[in-house]
Design a protein around this ligand. Structure first.
Ligand code: FPP
Length: 220
């Protein structure tokens, strides 16, 4: 969800105004994901590198996460969405940790869209965590499945389509293990301007891509 800061800057607004607008874009995209029967959506909401930002922006984002849990929990339940958090949340305030855990618990029985929110997430540390957990459980050679079972995304399918808004063509330490065979979709549109139409175009791109997984041809 890249481009919130630039969206705000263009309008001479503080960066947090861009994140607030980004949250509105997110609400629209979640509705579209349900409409188009997507099983899982994973959002990169806060990376391990985002701590380097000015404290004003970090505090603003933490407040936004906290306030959106207050305002959205009932809607998430009504829409049968289950929420999971990817990342180490122990660094957040006790209050925010409790809110996040309670949101995850309250939505855990929901059977509709799976919404993963990456918070204080970094793929390299996730992979390291998984390796360390796996070697504690098993001696000798590790298999791919030993690692996948210890990622935050355990029991989830690999990513089919990765969308990055905001014009940068890089992965920024996001789900590096899980995107080994993903289709990558980069769009210049800033996240707050990312519309349902843009989302559907990304889905068309995915639908029209022949996925080979290293073979000559795979039928979708
Ligand atoms: C990247 O844009 C965006 C973020 C670091 C924050 C994304 C968070 C939201 C959209 C709010 C989501 C809320 C919940 C509850 C999941 P940027 O700030 O790097 O933009 P820039 O590249 O233009 O500076």
């Amino acid at each position: 969800m890249d481009g919130n800061g630039r969206w705000a800057k263009k309008r001479l607004l503080p960066r947090i105004a861009g994140h607030k607008k980004g949250l509105e874009a997110l609400q629209k995209i979640i509705k579209s994901a349900i409409k188009y029967n997507i099983s899982t959506v994973t959002l990169y909401a806060f990376s391990t590198e985002n701590w380097n930002r000015p404290s004003e922006e970090i505090n603003g984002l933490m407040n936004l996460f906290s306030e959106s849990i207050n305002s959205e929990t009932d809607k998430l339940i009504e829409n049968n969405i289950s929420v999971l958090v990817l990342g180490d949340i122990t660094i957040f305030t006790k209050e925010l940790q409790i809110k996040i855990k309670s949101l995850v618990k309250k939505t855990s029985k929901n059977t509709g869209l799976k919404l993963n929110i990456a918070l204080n997430y970094g793929a390299r540390s996730e992979i390291l965590m998984a390796v360390n957990k796996a070697t504690k459980k098993k001696s000798g050679v590790l298999l791919e499945k030993d690692l996948t079972e210890n990622l935050y995304t355990k029991n989830m399918p690999d990513v089919d389509l990765l969308i990055r808004t905001g014009g940068q063509r890089r992965l920024s330490n996001f789900l590096l293990w899980q995107i080994a065979y993903s289709e990558l979709y980069f769009i210049d549109t800033l996240w707050p301007d990312f519309s349902e139409k843009d989302f559907v175009n990304a889905l068309y791109f995915f639908q029209n891509t022949e996925r080979k997984f290293g073979n000559l041809k795979v039928d979708k």
